[in-house]
Design a binder for this molecule. Structure first.
Ligand SMILES: [Ca+2]
Length: 381
């Protein structure tokens, strides 16, 4: 026994050498405490979480064609199960209840995380087609993503395939990337038929982000510049339903084989004294095959927010301006949206927001406007 162990042992019994024996409490019976309930080890490797958004439309111009006319609707209702059977692996099942669709499998994939600079994700997953799409739904500063971001890309931004990417943990990074190859069919609804596609009908997507802020502005700061590129080849003639899973969704008007290219650039500034800035430009070109018609689309937006240094940072005024042209070869078909609102976070799990937006559709005969007031209640669990 070493000297330190001997001293420690003596102190533990209250009988250090040369000292009086420690008094023992008389007649005290040991109290039997119930052992705390412990989950089996394998069960702790599951994490179940999600979020739900309820929207309300207290003011909405009902002459405008829009499917969201009800006073209340559920925009997001999500349940995610992450299972990590081994430190190098994560498996995810992401269930979603979305408007105009029944419960769906959004994500089901496995990620191999052995190397932080090259994680590999295989399965159905979200494709990182720009800054707005890369944001999780529960972190959206505005009520929703810009309308054109959804229209220019694909339904739910998901596809089946393989992605190699940098680790997606909370540690800030100076460089992030993702490169993926997908079958281009899009998100596969549960038990629904999916059109067959030729072997060469693939979607290739790549994104890189450089964020030098952690090097000189601290770990929380983000000054990130991103670029995104994607190309998709579609061999079958998409109909109105399946086209929603192709790049450019239903904005590409012809039902024939086509090749579509997407290019995007974005800037995100956050973690600097309450400032939030997100700007993005996106260009899409689709070409019918074997040759002939082509369609070009261009859109951009700027989003600005500021977390006020009062009430423990509870209040965040936000605003966004977005402009989109779904066909650059024709005039008077552009759409301009301006919106402003306030986010309130009384608890970390609760977000309450109010937004006003004004949507202007430029047409050859005039500029019809739509004004609306929308409320958001988001709970995370
Ligand atoms: Ca135009």
């Amino acid at each position: 026994m070493s000297l330190w162990a001997a001293v420690a042992g003596a102190q533990a019994t209250g009988a250090a050498e040369g000292g009086p024996p420690a008094p023992r409490p008389a007649e005290e019976k040991p109290v039997e405490k119930a052992a705390p309930f412990k989950l089996p080890e394998w069960l702790t490797r599951f994490k179940v979480w999600g979020w739900a958004n309820v929207y309300a439309f207290p003011y909405f111009e009902r002459n405008y064609p829009d499917p969201n006319k009800n006073l209340f609707r559920i925009r997001f209702a999500r349940l995610v199960v992450d299972f990590s059977p081994h430190d190098d692996f994560t498996a995810r099942l992401h269930l979603a209840g979305e408007q105009a669709s029944s419960a769906l499998f959004f994500d089901y994939f496995v990620t191999w995380k052995r190397f932080d600079f090259a994680n590999v994700t295989v399965g159905q997953q979200k494709i990182m087609l720009g800054a707005s799409i890369s944001q999780p739904g529960f972190e959206l500063t505005m009520l929703d993503r810009p309308k054109f971001v959804t229209q220019f890309t694909k339904q739910n931004f998901r596809d089946i395939g393989l992605t190699v990417h940098t680790g997606r943990g909370p540690t800030p990074r100076v460089f992030e990337y993702s490169v993926g190859l997908y079958n281009g069919t899009g998100r596969v609804p549960f038990a629904a038929n999916v059109p067959n596609r030729g072997d060469s009908d693939l979607l290739l997507a790549a994104r890189a982000v450089v964020n030098p802020a952690p090097l000189f502005l601290g770990k929380q700061a983000r000054l990130a510049l991103g670029v995104t590129g994607a190309v998709e080849s579609t061999g079958v003639s998409p109909d109105a339903t399946t086209a929603r899973n192709n790049l450019g969704m239903a904005l590409v008007p012809w039902a024939t084989a086509r090749t579509t290219y997407l290019l995007g650039a974005d800037l995100n500034v956050s973690g600097l004294g309450g400032l939030w800035l997100l700007g993005e430009v996106m260009f899409v070109q689709s070409e019918a095959r074997p040759a002939g018609t082509s369609r070009r689309m261009l859109g951009w937006y700027v989003e600005l927010g500021y977390t006020l240094p009062v009430f423990d940072g509870l209040l965040q005024p936000v605003a966004r301006f977005e402009w989109a042209d779904p066909d650059t070869s024709s005039v008077a078909n552009e759409e301009v949206v301006g919106s402003a609102g306030l986010n309130v976070r009384p608890f970390t799990w609760l977000l309450v927001s109010a937004f006003y937006s004004r949507d202007a559709l430029i047409t050859p005969t005039g500029v019809p406007m739509t004004n609306r007031v929308e409320l958001r209640l988001q709970a995370r669990y």
